[in-house]
Write a protein that binds this ligand. Structure first.
Ligand code: GLP
Length: 233
C-alpha cells in the first residue's frame, strides 16, 4: 500500500484527482465509484476539471435496497449530483435497489463487472472497517450480494436521513472479491472517526473482522489520509 498523508480532505481531493488523471492518461476506461462524504472533494476536482470521461464506463460499489432512484438519499441521485450531471460517461452503472428480484440483480451486476473489468476503484471506509457495504465478517472472495446493514452503519448513515427509521436496512454491494479484482484501488479516509479503521486496514492482521484489511493483499493500492485519520498509524 502506498500511503499519502495530506492536511485535510480538500488536499486529499486534489491528490485523488491526480490519481484519476494519471489513470486516464494510462488508458483506464472503467472506473469503480463510491458514495459517502469521503469522495466528495475528489468529485469536486473532477467536476471542475477538463478531464473527459465520455468514452469511459463507471460502476458504483453499492446502492440501498428500496429507495427510488430519485430519492435524495439514493446513491443514484448522489452520483448524478456530485459527478455524472457535470461529467458525462458513456455508461453509468449502479446496482438497482428497486429490482423486483434482488438476487437476480446481484447476478446481473456481477456479469456487468466481468464484462467491464475495473481499472481504478475508488473507496471510502466505514468506521468499523467496512468497504462498500461489506460489513465485518464478509468473505474476502465475496461477489455482488444483498447485505443486511449493521446497526453501526445504520447509525452512521442516519445523519443523511430525517429519521433513523428511514435508513434502509438492506443494500446491494459489490463483494470484497469483486473489489479486489480492480487493477488499481484508491482508498480515501478523512477525520478522526476513521483513525481506528485506518490503523486496522494498514497495520492490523488481514482478517474479515476488518474488511478493509483485505486491501493489504492487493498489489496496487493508494491510500490518501488526512492527519486526523492517520493519527493512530
Ligand atoms: C457507506 C458507504 C461506503 C462508504 C462509507 C463511509 O456505508 N456504503 O461506501 O465508504 O459509508 O462513508 P463516509 O465517506 O460518508 O464516511
Amino acid at each position: 500500500m502506498q500511503i499519502i498523508k495530506v492536511k485535510d480532505s480538500v488536499a486529499g481531493g486534489k491528490k485523488g484527482f491526480e490519481v484519476f488523471k494519471q489513470a486516464l492518461a494510462n488508458g483506464a476506461k472503467v472506473f469503480g465509484l463510491a458514495t459517502g462524504s469521503t469522495p466528495e472533494t475528489t468529485y469536486t476536482e473532477l467536476r471542475n476539471s477538463d478531464l473527459d470521461f465520455s468514452q469511459c464506463v463507471s460502476l458504483n460499489l453499492d446502492e440501498y435496497v428500496g429507495l427510488q432512484p430519485d430519492n435524495p438519499q439514493s446513491y443514484y441521485r448522489f452520483m448524478h449530483e456530485h459527478l455524472f450531471d457535470a461529467k458525462p460517461f458513456k455508461h453509468n452503472y449502479l446496482p438497482n435497489g428497486m429490482a423486483p428480484d434482488i438476487v437476480a440483480e446481484t447476478a446481473r451486476y456481477e456479469e456487468l463487472l466481468s464484462e467491464n473489468p475495473i481499472d481504478l476503484q475508488l473507496l471510502g471506509i466505514g468506521r468499523n472497517g467496512h468497504i462498500g457495504f461489506n460489513e465485518p465478517g464478509s468473505p474476502f472472495d465475496g461477489k455482488t450480494h444483498k447485505v443486511k446493514l449493521t446497526q453501526s452503519t445504520i447509525d452512521a448513515n442516519s445523519r443523511f436521513f430525517e429519521h433513523e427509521e428511514d435508513v434502509p436496512r438492506y443494500a446491494i454491494s459489490m463483494g470484497i472479491g469483486s473489489i479486489l479484482s480492480a487493477k488499481q484501488i484508491l482508498m480515501e479516509a478523512y477525520g478522526e472517526k476513521k483513525a481506528d479503521a485506518v490503523k486496522a486496514m494498514v497495520e492490523g492482521p488481514i482478517t474479515p473482522d476488518c474488511p478493509a484489511s483485505a486491501l493489504q493483499k492487493h498489489p496496487n493500492v493508494i491510500v490518501i489520509v488526512d492527519e486526523a485519520a492517520a493519527s493512530k498509524l
